[in-house]
Design a protein around this ligand. Sequence first.
Ligand SMILES: CC(C)(COP(=O)(O)OP(=O)(O)OC[C@H]1O[C@@H](n2cnc3c(N)ncnc32)[C@H](O)[C@@H]1OP(=O)(O)O)[C@@H](O)C(=O)NCCC(=O)NCCS
Length: 168
Amino acid sequence: MSKKVKDSHTVMTQLILPNDTNHLGNLMGGVMMRWMDIVCALSGMRHCNGPVVTAAVDHISFNEPIALGSMITLECFVTRAFKTSLEVYVEVFSESFSGVKTKCNEAFFTFVALDEETKKPVKVPAVIPESERELQLYESALRRRELRLIMSGRIDPKDADSLKMLFS
Ligand SMILES: CC(C)(COP(=O)(O)OP(=O)(O)OC[C@H]1O[C@@H](n2cnc3c(N)ncnc32)[C@H](O)[C@@H]1OP(=O)(O)O)[C@@H](O)C(=O)NCCC(=O)NCCS
């Protein structure tokens, strides 16, 4: 079974309140990561029609501070699915009262789908990319997967087909 990228598109909107900020009055990184994890997990669950758990997070960046009182949106979708794991790309935008959006953060989350009863990894539906951007993220997902599996010691660099040039 396959599903389109747009089927997993998920958006979360948040207002930055005093409890969410650091001593400088800006959103704390850890609070942002929590929201990212939740919205990406929801996207993964939509794709798999079942529970997923976070296996890895990479390329997380904090490019712009987000001030107390800001309105932000976290937007994400599944870029590619493998056997039991899938990659979700998330972008975060702050939004002014006049509607101007500024990109503040992005990250890639990897989830593993679990069987509800056994809690063991289960096969996930494939992803059908449609737009140019979806296709570009789908193709580059293979390199990111190999890189994170090397970094976590799960595969040997010599077995990373799409990265051989970098490590040989
Ligand atoms: C994620 C987890 C289920 C993987 O279990 P495992 O016994 O290593 O399972 P497998 O070896 O069969 O790997 C399953 C998939 O996870 C992927 N995976 C495991 N660790 C990974 C990592 N660090 N980075 C990227 N992918 C990873 C594997 O590549 C495999 O993907 P594939 O089937 O698409 O090829 C297990 O490590 C776990 O339960 N971790 C805790 C998750 C958690 O509590 N998250 C926070 C709360 S949601």
